[in-house]
Each structure stands twice: as structure tokens, then as C-alpha cells.
Write a protein that binds this ligand. Structure first.
Ligand code: GDP
Ligand code: MG
Length: 598
């Protein structure tokens, strides 16, 4: 039967353990990529991915492999991102698979996201093939990794494949294991169409394109499809698969992974996690939904420079088709005007969105400091969700403020345990467990307020452990905290976009640090700028930016023309990511000062 010769799999690992490189080798080995097209990390197609060397969007590629048993197999490889912010995309790609390659860097061993992605794969009942990667490196310690595979993951270490994506070692062993160990998909071609959308993107020619896994039935050009969550119907204009180029196919059938285009103009019609069925012969059961993206962090995005609110709105609308995880709603700030409150999976996600909007849509914007979602119980007993600190009710009306906690896993060489404990204590963390995973490596579990982790936890952890510790987290629950709202006044006026929530015990330290930080980043202007951190009417800290002296300005007049041009250009560049507040001009850094104020 046809499906006996299909295998759908993902590659999962801690970041930098070699997923994209291995994906390249698998494509080359199976001939999906000609020698002349070869470039590194082929699946990382976005510019920003190349520059940062990380994978953001998952991509599904169809490979043809002639196995040692003489049979031709169709393999669908789904590359997944490895960063902690993108766990959501990992879970989406796993829904489309029956198996996963779990890559472990032979010089690093198991790290925090190795465990996190392993559990995700296990939850989805996938066949997991451990691969010990980078064995070409002299410092590879295969025996130690095998011990960890047995002790930490409970897998048979003798099943692990020794490989190097870079040196091309073990590639055929991996392909054989995929064919022999991962079960073929189940499903029936004769049943009504049931296709799960696990990704989407906007194509100027094809319209909104859905990446799907077909569970039952068949879809081809001309099929009238229905999106089950909205009931909207479209006629399919093209189906195909990435090989890795977009390649048109006659049809997609049960077990396949590929794309469907149906001249869908409105990007919001394609919802990740939705089921596509046949409009004339619909299925009665959609594919059980998977964990929807849940924004953890909110921040305001405001247009600046020559960008108008409408430009930002259009850009966000287009951008969001390609990023199922972002949410946004209009908000208006007395200080910044009209903008959007956006929900992100984490700080890296937020940074990437800002950068992509700027580069790909030519938008100038600033982001306000990110915050978590607080729950407020009022004295009247109502529960409010606060996504914007400036909307925190007056303290006289508040009974309790609850904040989100995460459960963090940290894996570290035992030498750094002391430093980590100190850091976590400073972040109001509570230790849950402490366990050796091999002779020198410790797995620590903590409950930590999410807000504390947002700020600069990851950087501090890396510094405290010289980059050796790895960290992963998951939302756990809401707990009451002794929290207050702090406002920032610029020349006596509260700037709503700078308000934030802080733990009472840290308020003075944070207030002091934030005004100092702002003094550093706010450029001197023609008049004095006063910065104050206040709680209610109480001033916690203050600082001043002295005015420019007249003679400094005088130097700009007259003099040689090239120097003047340079100065002008410099000023123009400096204008990027600036926001005018009344008379005062604030740079982007000023809005993010809180991130560095701990
Ligand atoms: P990903 O984050 O898991 O996708 O990892 P990448 O494939 O982007 O690889 C991360 C880094 O490890 C890059 O610098 C690769 O060149 C390097 N790398 C990947 N595989 C190997 C390998 O098998 N051996 C060695 N020596 N380096 C590798
Ligand atoms: Mg990658």
C-alpha cells in the first residue's frame, strides 16, 4: 500500500545541536538538493534566520529515499526551531509526524531543551530515535552521552545513532532508522478529507498558503474545500510540496504533508490548528486541536518617523499570517498616540517581530517595555486581566494582584550550582528539586515569577555559568505577589508607556537603576530633562539630563560642507527608533530601560 512507504518525521534538539545542518545532509543524500544549490542551513530561508543563525519558521520538505530493502520511500522532514520561545512551533510540527530524531551534541550532552522537546514528542506518542551528533569533534564524549540517554531519557543507548551532520557521518544509518523504526502514517484515502493546518504563509502569487498534514481523504486542484472553524469555502488552485522548492503535485492524499493554495485573499482565513475538509463531502470530526499559541508577554508597538498607524496596521496584518503566535489589538496611549498591544511568546520573539516589521515592511516603530499578564482581584471581588501596566486599577480598589509563575529546568555543570542558586534567589525563585544526571551535571527545577525571567535572567544565567548552563521553562500557575505600579515622569508628566509593575521589595533599587539608565540613553536636548520614578505620588528616584550648551550647537554652523553632511546623516540615523513626547525626544532604549534596571 502507498502509505506503507511514507514516513513523517521531525528533528528535535537543543539549540545549536545541529538540526539544520543535519537537515541539509539528509536533503543532499536523498538528492533533493543538487551540489550546485548547496548552501548551509538551506531550510533557514529568512534573512534574519541566516544572520542570527537560528531557525524561526518550521518548513516541511519532501524527500525521496531508496532504502536498503530496495523500496522507494517518501519522507517528509519537518525542521523545527529550538529556541525556548518557539516551543509552540515545535509542538505544531510534531502533530504532523509519527516520529522524531532527537539530536544530542556529543560535546555538550543533554541540555534543557533536549528534555523539553523530548517530553513534547513523548506526549504525542512519537517514535523517538536518539542521534548522538558532532562525533567528528575531538571533544566528543559518546560514552557520557549514552549514559545520559539511559539515565535521563530512559531510552536504550544502544539504539542511538552516531553521526556528524557536518562531516556527513551516519547519514544513511539515520535514513534507514527512519524507514525501519518510525511507523507509516495511518488514515484512509476513501474517507472525507481531513487535513490539519500546521503552518501558513502569505505568497503574493498564490495568496495565503496552508501547510497541511492530510489525515484522511484527498485534495487536488479544483477541490472545493471548507475551513471547519469558520465554515468558509474556497476552490483549490494548487497543491504541492516543498522539495525544497515549492513543487506542484497532482494531489495530496492521506499520510501526505504538503501545501494547499486556494486564492485566499484574507490572511486571517487560515488558522493554524484548523481542519480543512471537503465542502461537498465534509468530515464530521475535525482533527483534535493542539495547544494553541499562548502569548506570555505583551508590549506596545507604536509607529514613529514617517510610518503612519495605518502602515503599521497593514504590516502587522500581513506579518501575522506567517507567524501564528503573535496577537495584536489596537490601543491608544496618551503619550504615544495610536498603536497596538501585541502578545508574544517571549522576548526573542518580540525582538524578531520588531526587526522583521522594519526590514520586510519598511516600518519604523518603537516597542514599549514588555510585561507579563497580571490578574487583579478587586475589592468588589471582580477578576481583571491586566496586559498593560498603565491600566492597573488604583491601589485603593485592589484586593490582590496575581502574577504568573514558570517552572524552570536548568541543566548545569555542578561547579556553577552555587552561582545559580544565588541568582534564582535574587529573582524570587523557589527550588523544587536538585538531581545529578551524570557525575558532573545537575538538573535543577525552580518555580520563578515569569516577570523576573523576562528581564535579564537568561543573560545573567549565561554570565554566571560562563555559558554552560541551559534553561527552559513552561508556564505553571498564578500566585499572589506584593506588587506595585511604578510610573515614570518626564518633566513632571507621567508617560503611560513607561509604567511597569515591580515587586515592592525591589522598587527602590529598580527605580534608581531605571532613572540612571534613562539618563544615559536620553540625548541632551535644548532644555533640561527631569526623570522621576514614582509610586503613586511618592518619588522613589530622580535624575536630570543637563541641557546642551549653546556653543556645542554653534559648532554645527558654518565650517566645511562634508562634515556638515556627515553630521546630518548621523542625526538622521539617530532618528530611527525615536519617539517625540511633547518637546522631549525619547530613543528606543529609554522605553526598554526597565529590562536593564535589575
Ligand atoms: P541548530 O540550531 O540545531 O539548527 O544547529 P545548526 O545546524 O545551525 O548548527 C549549529 C552549529 O554547529 C553550526 O556552527 C554548525 O556548523 C555546527 N555543527 C552542526 N553539526 C555539526 C557536526 O556534526 N559537527 C561539527 N563539528 N559541527 C557541527
Ligand atoms: Mg537551525
Amino acid at each position: 500500500r502507498r502509505m506503507e512507504h511514507i514516513r513523517n518525521f521531525s528533528i528535535i534538539a537543543h539549540v545549536d545541536h545541529g538540526k539544520s545542518t543535519l537537515a541539509d545532509r539528509l536533503m543532499e543524500f536523498t538528492g533533493a538538493v543538487e551540489e550546485r544549490e548547496k548552501k548551509d542551513q538551506l531550510l533557514d530561508t529568512l534573512d534574519i534566520e541566516r544572520e542570527r543563525g537560528i531557525t524561526i519558521k518550521l518548513q516541511a520538505v519532501r524527500l525521496n529515499y531508496k532504502a536498503k530493502d530496495g523500496q522507494e520511500y517518501t519522507l517528509h522532514l519537518i525542521d523545527t526551531p529550538g529556541h525556548v520561545d518557539f516551543g509552540y512551533e515545535v509542538s505544531r510540527s510534531l502533530t504532523a509526524c509519527e516520529g522524531a530524531l532527537l539530536l544530542i551534541d556529543a560535546t555538550q550532552g543533554i541540555e534543557a531543551q533536549t528534555i523539553a522537546t523530548f517530553w513534547q514528542a513523548l506526549e504525542q506518542d512519537l517514535e523517538i530515535i536518539p542521534v548522538i551528533n558532532k562525533i567528528d569533534l575531538p571533544s566528543a564524549d559518546v560514552e557520557r552521552i549514552k549514559e545520559q540517554i539511559a539515565d535521563v531519557l530512559g531510552l536504550d543507548p544502544d539504539e542511538a545513532i552516531l553521526a556528524s551532520g557536518k562531516a556527513g557521518i551516519g547519514i544513511q544509518d539515520i535514513l534507514e532508522a527512519i524507514v525501519n523504526k518510525i511507523p507509516p502514517p495511518e488514515g484512509e484515502e476513501d474517507k472525507p478529507l481531513k487535513a490539519l493546518i500546521f503552518d501558513s504563509y502569505y505568497d503574493p502569487y498564490r495568496g495565503a498558503v496552508a501547510f497541511v498534514r492530510i489525515f484522511d481523504g484527498e485534495v487536488k486542484k479544483g477541490t472545493k474545500i471548507k475551513l471547519m472553524s469558520t465554515g468558509k469555502e474556497f476552490e483549490v488552485t494548487e497543491v504541492g510540496a516543498q522539495t525544497p522548492q515549492m513543487t506542484q503535485l497532482d494531489s495530496l492524499r492521506a499520510g501526505d504533508v504538503g501545501y494547499i493554495a486556494a486564492a485566499i485573499k484574507d490572511v486571517r482565513d487560515i488558522r493554524i490548528g484548523d481542519t480543512i475538509t471537503d465542502a461537498k463531502n465534509p468530515t464530521d470530526q475535525p482533527v483534535p486541536g493542539f495547544r494553541p499559541a499562548k502569548p506570555m508577554v505583551y508590549a506596545g508597538l507604536y509607529p514613529t518617523g514617517s510610518t503612519l498607524f495605518e502602515d503599521l496596521r497593514d504590516a502587522l496584518e500581513k506579518y501575522s499570517i506567517n507567524d501564528a503566535a503573535i496577537t495584536y489589538e489596537m490601543e491608544s496611549s496618551p503619550a504615544l498616540g495610536l498603536g497596538f498591544r501585541c502578545g508574544f511568546l517571549g522576548l526573542l520573539h518580540m525582538e524578531i517581530v520588531q526587526e522583521r516589521l522594519e526590514r520586510e515592511y519598511d516600518i519604523e516603530l518603537i516597542t514599549t517595555a514588555p510585561n507579563v499578564i497580571y490578574k487583579v482581584i478587586t475589592k468588589k471581588g471582580e477578576e481583571l486581566e491586566v496586559r498593560n501596566p498603565s491600566q492597573m486599577p488604583d491601589p485603593s480598589q485592589i484586593d490582590k494582584i496575581l502574577e504568573p509563575y514558570i517552572e524552570a529546568n536548568i541543566i548545569t555543570p555542578n561547579d556553577y550550582v552555587g552561582a545559580i542558586m544565588q541568582l534564582v534567589q535574587d529573582k524570587r525563585g523557589i527550588q523544587r528539586s536538585f538531581e545529578y544526571i551524570d557525575k558532573k551535571t545537575v538538573l535543577l527545577r525552580y518555580d520563578i515569577p515569569m516577570a523576573e525571567v523576562l528581564f535579564d535572567f537568561h543573560d545573567k544565567l549565561k554570565t554566571a555559568t560562563r555559558g554552560y548552563a541551559s534553561f527552559d521553562y513552561e508556564f505553571k500557575d498564578y500566585r499572589p505577589g506584593y506588587l506595585v505600579k511604578m510610573d515614570i515622569k518626564i518633566n513632571g508628566e507621567i508617560v503611560d508607556a513607561l509604567s511597569f509593575i515591580v515587586h515592592r521589595d525591589k522598587a527602590y533599587r529598580v527605580g534608581r537603576n531605571i532613572v540612571d539608565k534613562m539618563r544615559e540613553v536620553i540625548p541632551r536636548q535644548l532644555f533640561e530633562v527631569r526623570i522621576q520614578a514614582v509610586i503613586g505620588s511618592k518619588v522613589v528616584a530622580s535624575a536630570r539630563v543637563a541641557p546642551l550648551r549653546k556653543d556645542v550647537l554653534a559648532k554645527c554652523y558654518g565650517g566645511d560642507i562634508t562634515r556638515k553632511k556627515k553630521l546630518l546623516e548621523k542625526q538622521k540615523k539617530g532618528k530611527k527608533r525615536m519617539k517625540q513626547l511633547g518637546k522631549v525626544e525619547l530613543p528606543q532604549e529609554a522605553f526598554l530601560s526597565i529590562l536593564k534596571a535589575e
